[in-house]
Design a protein around this ligand. Structure first.
Ligand code: PLP
Length: 372
């Protein structure tokens, strides 16, 4: 699904020299690269504060803690997402309110959010799934109307531009109260281990998040709130600093691969290629297609596997059907689209190193199966 070795080979000398300099001065925690990467990312995203942390799941947890969300508070979230989004709600004993997504974009439906609001609702967590922005104009409007916090799960969409109706263009993850991202190796901006970050334009929220991520510490050895220990280490920051400079190229490579797939599948009636909102640049963390009801998805995935074409199902089980929530307090809206999509989607290889030859082979194998 990814080819991180070929990507690394292109930046190898730079990466090795940066890692060597971290090793040479042994500032493994909070070394200069952490601050440099933080500043570079703030500039790239056009956001006031970036708070680096250990991974994307921690980023979500820290954001929810920094906002002071309490057990029993209702948080509206899509069920159709990676488990980390909702798992942290379970951990903090918040009450996830699972709502449906849009069948075209796979992103959380603003109309469904609106319907799910109660007196106990405190926050909305939109997920920019597969690299495409949610309808942030509408989500921010609802949030303002009901005084709700917005935490964007931007783990799959770093670098994505959101165009508002008023003509402004902002990066996803910088629009809500907090944006949370992950630098897991296979993400669009991935490090060589685990990493994550929280973004905000609010000074007060930034210092709260910093404090939560650092043992609730306001100054050294003075711990005002219960926090956690979540840091981005210096070696990962050094790698990310180099890779951030290539992020726009990486996005272009992904979009080129997506264009190839789109074109190749244009005449296929048994599948639907990803919807692309013309005003929003999809950054294609995943290339996820929908199959018509008559296609045996398992057989397709098995057939592709037999020909060394990896294909994945993101995600086979939506959050509201996960066992982890069986004993926790949750609420479900109408999840018809979510339940249907989880039986019909599949994802093809998507990364920065796909060659035309590989793409042609993958497309031919998919078509061969659909037309046999
Ligand atoms: C990857 C991912 C996360 C979690 O990131 P980690 O760094 O693996 O903890 C959260 N949400 C979404 C949507 C993700 O894709």
């Amino acid at each position: 699904m990814v080819d991180l070795v070929s990507q690394y080979e292109k930046i190898q000398p730079q990466v090795q020299s940066e890692i060597n300099s971290v090793l040479a001065n042994a500032q493994f925690i909070n070394g200069p690269a952490v601050h440099e990467f933080q500043a570079d990312l703030e500039k790239y995203l056009g956001v006031k504060h970036v708070i680096p942390c250990a991974n994307g799941t921690d980023a979500l947890q820290i954001a929810m803690m920094a906002l002071g969300l309490k057990p029993g508070d209702e948080v509206i979230t899509p069920s159709y997402t990676y488990i980390a989004t909702t798992e942290v709600m379970g951990l903090l004993r918040l009450k996830p309110v699972f709502v449906d997504c849009d069948p075209k974009t796979f992103n959380v439906s603003p109309a469904a959010i609106r319907k799910a609001i109660t007196a106990k609702t405190k926050a909305i967590v939109p997920v920019h799934l597969y690299g495409q922005s949610c309808d942030m104009d509408e989500i921010m409007k609802i949030a303002k109307e009901y005084s709700l916090f917005v935490i964007e799960d931007n783990a799959q969409a770093i670098g994505c531009d959101y165009h508002s109706a008023d003509g402004s263009v902002r990066k996803t993850g910088t629009i809500g109260d907090f944006g949370c991202t992950s630098f897991f190796p296979s993400k669009n901006l991935g490090c060589y281990g685990d990493g994550g970050a929280i973004c905000t334009n609010d000074d007060d929220l930034a210092s709260k998040a910093r404090m939560v991520a650092n043992h609730g510490q306001s100054k050294r050895y003075y711990h005002d709130v219960v926090g956690c220990n979540s840091r981005l280490d210096t070696i990962q920051a050094a790698v990310l600093k180099i890779k951030l400079a290539h992020l726009d190229e990486y996005i272009d490579e992904r979009r080129k691969a997506a264009d190839y797939y789109d074109k190749s599948f244009a005449m296929e009636s048994k599948l639907t290629t990803p919807f692309r909102d013309p005003s929003n640049k999809h950054v294609f963390h995943q290339y996820t297609l929908q199959l018509t009801d008559d296609v045996d998805r398992d057989a397709l995935v098995a057939f592709l596997g037999e020909h060394d074409v990896p294909a994945m199902i993101y995600y086979p089980v939506p959050a509201h059907k996960q066992k982890m929530f069986a004993t926790l307090e949750t609420e479900c809206g109408d999840l018809t689209t979510t339940d249907w999509l989880t039986t019909r989607v599949f994802s093809l290889p998507m990364h920065t190193e796909l060659t035309e030859e590989q793409l042609a082979f993958i497309c031919n194998k998919v078509k061969e199966f659909l037309n046999r």
